[in-house]
Design a protein around this ligand. Structure first.
Ligand code: G6P
Length: 611
């Protein structure tokens, strides 16, 4: 998704802006650009389709420098992937503007500006904002006032960063529904869509609130709220480490993040389970009031986080006996749902900035839920700031677009939520204690499971030349199969589907032949015998089976049946977390064999902050 970096300093900001873009690469993008003020009324603009290195090539062949500048990585929404559509957009040779989000009323504004004589150089919605601001500064307004005037005309979601080459003392920013942070430096100040971009230069940040406009100068920052009143926003010290996003000896971030899971899950559980007890306070100050009153849970999320929600339904219904429904956010937000009394609305999101999930949370706030909650990995995110109950996953920054450690830490957090509700509602203490102990065993089990890597790499060779794959699971292993299929399709571009194994005969069996590998997740649980029968159905049609099985399932290798035995018996609560690991590794090795861009798969973005 689009990335924003801006800086005003005493020395050339170009290297810092390029490094910022590089640090935002993990979000996914298709073109980049930079604009620099020369300090004397002129500006330099460089843009390129493709990766940041292409922009660096352009800067090398046509160098430019400036103490004030903005840079952007674009993920196309309005208008194709072309240099003309890349940001910054320039108006009147003096206004340079970058934008994340979508301007919904840009067609009307474009007509109005065209009638005033503005000529549009791109197909984007963004360009109208550059011209609107230009129209205001040419009336004599200073840049900050011009931005305040212009944003009043905008409908939609935006984070905007702009400078006027004829007022080279400042950068102005504005935001609604799209993240924007201001980083404070020494004799320098910065802006970005994500703190990650700025960690090499500062750890001190202001997070702008909805409707804020800020005037960012080298000597200081002035923030105005939506009504134009001067306001102070809290200063946050970020504890994230600047090198948390380096990939070290691993060939890809995704592999590094797969291997980080024992630590990430342990961190997510630590200080939250003490003895056999879940600390209610981990969910925030309102937990003591809300958790005892929860009669049902409504989970809303997107992508991988949605799969975590599907697992949580088993945790909450089977484990805690609390009814739970799970839904994708983009559907929920327009469905006008009926809310039963005592229902907790729970949003799950790695980034906390996914537009549909955030919109769903805001919609939920209108609908009379008992309370709203968030499971999230980014402490500074909008979701965390807006929900009543919050449980942070502690995965650390996840760079690979295909989510891995964020998913398993979400499962750990959702396990904790089930236990916390059970505890608050005075359910069987011995059962809660048993489950808490089982949760604490997961990091070590994941560690053992990672040792299957070599065997899984061998299996990958059977998949690299295939066009389709089918994943099967039953019960809580069904969402794990869904997640395995999503990983494979995201990074290897092999069409993969997941089915609850009992549904095979209602359709997908028609697809099974010797060219369709079938991957099954087979923990030793109450559904094992039924799963075995389903696998027989596949075998009888010539389908080749690849089974990840519990040591005690009795499933053995045979002609057309490959089995990888898990290192130890895994309990029902633990299984979703542990069985995810081999499926991640399988997708990873297949993608490596196919030579795809593992960390930044085509057409996908890490954080989807537009609808
Ligand atoms: C994008 C990412 C997925 C992620 C989904 C939801 O599609 O590529 O990996 O699962 O967004 O993101 P969230 O940050 O809300 O969990």
């Amino acid at each position: 998704m689009c990335g924003i970096v801006g800086a005003i300093a005493q020395t050339d900001v170009t290297p810092l802006l390029i490094e910022g873009l590089r640090r935002l690469e993990y979000r996914g993008y298709d073109s980049t650009g930079i604009a620099l003020s020369d300090g004397h009324g002129g500006l330099a603009l460089r843009r390129a389709v493709g990766k940041v290195t292409r922009l660096q090539d352009k800067l090398a062949s046509a160098p430019c420098a400036g103490v004030l500048g903005v840079a952007h990585s674009r993920w196309a929404t309005h208008g194709g992937v072309t240099e003309a559509n890349a940001h910054p957009h320039v108006s009147g040779g003096r206004i340079a503007l970058i934008h994340n989000g979508i301007i919904e009323n840009y067609v009307e504004l474009k007509a109005e500006l065209s009638a005033q004589g503005y000529v549009f150089a791109s197909e984007t919605d963004t360009e109208v904002v550059a011209h609107l601001i230009h129209a205001e500064v040419t009336k004599g307004l200073d840049l900050t006032a011009a931005v305040q005037q212009a944003v009043r005309r905008l409908k939609g979601a935006y984070a905007i960063v702009v400078f006027d080459a004829q007022q080279p003392d400042r950068i102005c920013v504005a935001r609604i529904a799209s993240p924007l942070v201001i980083g404070l430096g020494e004799n320098a100040n910065y802006v970005a869509s994500d703190v990650q971009a700025l960690l090499p230069v500062t750890r001190r940040f202001h997070f702008l609130e909805e409707g804020d406009v800020a005037d960012v100068r080298r000597e200081g920052v002035t923030i105005y709220d939506a009504q134009g009143r001067r306001v102070q926003r809290k200063l946050h010290e970020s504890s994230l480490s600047a090198d948390a996003v380096e990939r070290g000896e691993f060939a890809h971030y995704m592999l590094k993040e797969i291997y980080e899971q024992p630590r990430a899950i342990a961190d997510t559980l630590s200080e939250r389970i003490v003895g056999d007890h879940v600390l209610q306070a981990a969910f925030g100050p309102m937990a003591a009031e809300i958790l005892p009153a929860v009669q049902s849970v409504h989970i809303v999320a997107c992508g991988t986080s949605y799969h975590a929600g599907l697992v949580a339904r088993y945790y909450l219904e089977q484990g805690t006996r609390i009814p739970c429904t799970v839904e994708v956010a983009s559907e929920y937000r327009y469905r006008d749902p009926v809310v039963l009394p005592g229902t907790l609305f729970l949003a799950i999101s790695q980034s906390g900035e996914t537009a549909d999930t955030l919109a769903a949370l805001r919609e939920a706030k209108r609908l009379g839920y008992l309370a709203t909650g968030a499971i999230c990995n980014v402490p500074e995110s909008s979701l965390v700031r807006e929900a009543d109950l919050v449980l942070m996953t502690r995965a650390g920054p996840e760079v690979g677009v295909a989510s891995t450690k964020a998913f398993t830490t979400q499962l750990a957090a959702l396990g904790l939520l089930g236990l916390a509700i059970a505890q608050a509602q005075l359910q069987d203490r011995r059962r809660i204690a048993l489950f808490a102990r089982q949760m604490l065993q997961v990091p070590e089990m994941v560690e053992h499971t990672l040792k299957l890597d070599g065997q899984i790499r061998e299996w990958a060779k059977h998949f690299a030349d295939k066009h389709h794959a089918l994943f099967l699971g039953r019960g809580p292993s069904y969402p794990i199969a869904l997640e395995g299929a999503l990983k494979l399709k995201e990074i290897s571009y092999i069409h993969a589907e997941a089915y609850p194994a009992g549904e095979l005969k209602h359709g997908p069996l028609a697809l099974v032949d010797d060219d369709m590998p079938v991957i099954a997740v087979a923990p030793n649980n109450a559904l094992l015998e039924k799963l075995k029968s389903n696998l027989q159905e596949v075998r009888a049609r010539g389908g080749k089976l690849f089974v990840f099985a519990d040591p005690n399932t009795g499933l053995e290798e045979a002609d057309g049946v490959e089995v990888i035995t898990m290192p130890e018996h895994i309990e029902a609560l633990q299984a979703p977390l542990v069985y995810t690991i081999p499926l991640q590794l399988l997708a990873y090795h297949v993608a490596v064999l196919k030579g795809t861009d593992v960390d930044q798969p085509r057409n996908l973005a890490k954080s989807v902050t537009v609808e």
